[in-house]
Design a protein around this ligand. Structure first.
Ligand code: SF4
Length: 451
């Protein structure tokens, strides 16, 4: 961070949340507050293609942008387009956008990526893969990943109310794009859910279930409530965490009467059984925090959810400065009632190099964030190392900066390593983006590829 004239590298100022004025967009000039606050209206007016984006923005941005976006959709995008009005309204929130400000906007950069955002030389790391965390390899039932000893990830469905350009589950989540044919869940939801419960009953050592997708906001409420009540009937399940970016992207969903009442029933049952019920969301920039988001987060707490936490993703051009991260954390913690919990380094999926940051940069950011927030609300920046899992970025065992290869250790076996004698003694590699390496390192990678 550069030293400010006031003597502190970061100056905290309380900034109240503001709902940006959606009528600044030509397509929403006549939209009323009642329409805006309706989840149904938001879902029906999501932007799914360039034509619909034009209908909202009109001539505010010029044709260059739309062509750039179309090129990206055809040639590079790993996620199809789906953005609720709530999220578009947080792009260039304080004025009428023009082409330059729209291009530069941090939320636009990851929700509406364009071809010129990506790196021409190294759009993908040579070791990038579709399912970079190998979650699918670790399925013990359809959609149930058993990677850590005491925890499972339950993917209930493969859709979300919004699709993020950098989605780590691009293998499975969303509609196919010209570049990526998505995997499909094959079982009927009810059979998939039964298989999850059967596994949990048969494995009492698993005590913690992350209920995700996709986004649980796309599971019809009755189905989700039945699934959660099923989990609560397994006495060995002690933690349940619901993953929903929609808390930020479509807060209107979590404010609907039937959802609020249903969640209250689940929270009361969890409380009676001594189970920790929490909600995890995914906010990457302070501009995404609006009064509606804060209202939805507070509602979750009021109905008895024990905590609402944020897991953001660290991305260049979006939030990879300590000021961006601290602004976001103070907004979450001080204004929205959401605990800043983790920032993940962006995973090694295809065409994500322009977003990814090297490990040394993540370490620097962690250093620069320390000491400003309450200790319990100071997020950890973590690297999700393939075949290992989350490691705090300072836990690197060895680091070859020239070639951008960090090496990590682990202290547990995943579900596919029961008979691997070396699983706990070997080193696991993670790779920095090649464009951030010194010329000698870039040259080394060019040669590796040529061979
Ligand atoms: S909300 Fe989560 S699962 Fe859905 S597209 Fe975004 S990152 Fe992927």
């Amino acid at each position: 961070m550069t030293e400010s004239t006031h003597g502190q590298p970061y100056e905290y100022r309380r900034v109240p949340l503001v709902e940006p004025d959606w009528t600044r967009f030509p397509g929403w000039r006549d939209v009323t507050a009642a329409q805006w606050e309706s989840a149904q209206w938001q879902r029906a007016h999501c932007v799914k293609n360039v034509k619909q984006l034009r209908a909202v923005l009109g001539d505010l941005v010029d044709d260059t942008f739309y062509t750039d976006l179309e090129t990206d959709q055809q040639r590079l995008a790993t996620m199809s387009m789906l953005i609720p009005p709530q999220m578009i309204n947080t792009m260039v929130p304080d004025r009428v956008p023009d082409t330059a400000s729209f291009y530069a906007d941090p939320v636009r950069r990851y929700m509406l990526p364009v071809a010129t955002d990506r790196h021409l030389d190294w759009p993908s790391h040579p070791n990038a893969t579709r399912d970079s965390l190998h979650e699918h390899d670790m399925w013990v039932a359809e959609g149930l990943t058993h990677r850590y000893p005491t925890k499972v990830l339950a993917e209930l469905l493969s859709t979300c109310p919004q699709y993020c350009g950098h989605c780590t589950r691009m293998d499975l989540v969303g509609n196919s794009t010209p570049q990526v044919s998505k995997l499909r869940l094959e079982l009927k939801p009810v059979d998939r859910y039964d298989a999850h419960l059967a596994y949990l009953k048969a494995h009492p050592g698993v005590r913690d279930v992350v209920v995700s997708g996709g986004d649980v906001a796309n599971v019809p409420w009755k189905q989700l409530e039945a699934y959660l009540m099923g989990l609560l009937s397994v006495p060995t399940v002690r933690d349940i965490r619901l993953a929903t970016k929609a808390l930020m992207g479509l807060p209107q969903h979590w404010l609907q009467g039937d959802v609020v009442e249903g969640l209250n029933r689940v929270a009361i049952t969890a409380e009676r059984r001594g189970v920790n019920l929490a909600v995890h969301t995914h906010v990457n920039h302070v501009n995404s925090l609006t009064p509606l988001v804060a209202r939805a987060a507070r509602m979750l707490l009021e109905v008895g959810v024990r905590d609402v936490r944020n897991q953001g993703v660290l991305m260049r051009g979006v939030n990879a400065t300590s000021k961006d991260l601290l602004d976001l954390c103070f907004g979450l913690q001080g204004e929205a009632g959401i605990l800043p919990y983790y920032f993940y380094m962006c995973d090694m999926i295809p065409n994500a190099e322009h977003w990814r940051v090297p490990v040394w940069h993540a370490q620097q950011l962690q250093h620069d964030m320390m000491g400003y927030l309450p200790g319990y609300a100071t997020p950890r920046i973590v690297c999700d190392v393939p075949f290992v899992g989350k490691r705090w970025v300072h836990m690197v065992a060895e680091y070859d900066r020239e070639h951008g290869i960090s090496y990590w250790t682990k202290n547990y076996r995943t579900s596919i390593e029961a008979s691997d004698d070396e699983a706990l003694s070997k080193l696991y590699a993670y790779y920095d983006p090649i464009d951030t390496l010194p010329e000698s390192g870039r040259e080394w990678w060019r040669k590796q590829i040529a061979e």
